[in-house]
Design a protein around this ligand. Structure first.
Ligand code: ATP
Length: 217
């Protein structure tokens, strides 16, 4: 599947989980087909973009018929590797990290935080839900005995880069970075950056300067 994925533009690939979630709901409610207009209304992406995105998947909607829900569902499941559980590690069990450990990612996608790491002696050796919290000293050994290739970073920003270097050395290929730090990684490593404070600030800015509203692309 990866080979095929590489041909999909990144902006399209980023929308896949959004489409997948909606198509799952449609399937669960017994719907057999969906039009791009219905999809557009539900996921708030304009229908021309949806048609273009879907053309990359080989899903060509018929006029007056729309898209076949079962076809889309099996396409998304395969493309997003939903038949396989993706195990994730979380580094930094502070307020944000704890919230993620309590959040059930499995509800909407086949992803599970398998283990967490921290430096705080009060946290190390405890569990949040069924997730064990290990000492940072055990990072390399625990990761090397696992299939984990994805990590979530919720540490203070000063700790982010050195931890990233260790994760990369321990064969982690993708990092979801919630710290404000901009990370340097080798080209083969994928980093997605979510700075909640910046997002909130940007939302407030748009509220003030573009009061008519709208949805971000
Ligand atoms: P808390 O209220 O528990 O301190 P917080 O989110 O406000 O949470 P932060 O200072 O952002 O606190 O730290 C987040 C977590 O990262 C804490 O649990 C902290 O112990 C942990 N942490 C700090 N430095 C490191 C490090 N070098 N490696 C791993 N974890 C670290």
């Amino acid at each position: 599947m990866l080979q095929e994925n590489t041909k999909i533009p990144q902006a399209t690939a980023k929308r896949l989980p959004l489409y997948y979630r909606f198509i799952q709901n449609l399937h669960a409610s017994g719907k057999l087909r969906v039009s791009s207009a219905e999809l557009s209304e539900a996921v708030k992406v304009d229908s021309a973009t949806i048609r273009r995105d879907f053309s990359y998947f080989g899903a060509l909607g018929k006029k007056g018929y729309g898209y076949n829900v079962n076809y889309l569902l099996s396409f998304f499941r395969k493309t997003l590797d939903q038949d396989e559980l993706t195990q994730v590690a979380l580094i930094g069990v502070g307020n944000l990290g704890t919230a993620f450990l309590n959040y059930n990612f499995m509800k909407n996608n086949n992803t599970k935080i398998e283990m967490a790491f921290d430096v705080s002696p009060e946290k190390v050796g405890t569990f949040i839900g069924d997730v064990p919290i290990f000492d940072m000293d055990a990072l390399e050994s625990k990761l090397s005995n696992s299939n984990i290739k994805v990590a979530i970073l919720t540490v203070p920003s000063h700790a982010a880069q050195p931890i990233t270097d260790r994760l990369v050395a321990a064969n982690v290929k993708a990092i979801l970075n919630f710290t404000p730090a901009r990370l340097s990684v080798p080209d083969a490593i994928r980093v997605h950056h979510i700075d909640l404070a910046v997002e909130l600030q940007s939302l407030v800015y748009f509220l003030k300067h573009y009061p008519a509203g709208g949805t971000e692309e």
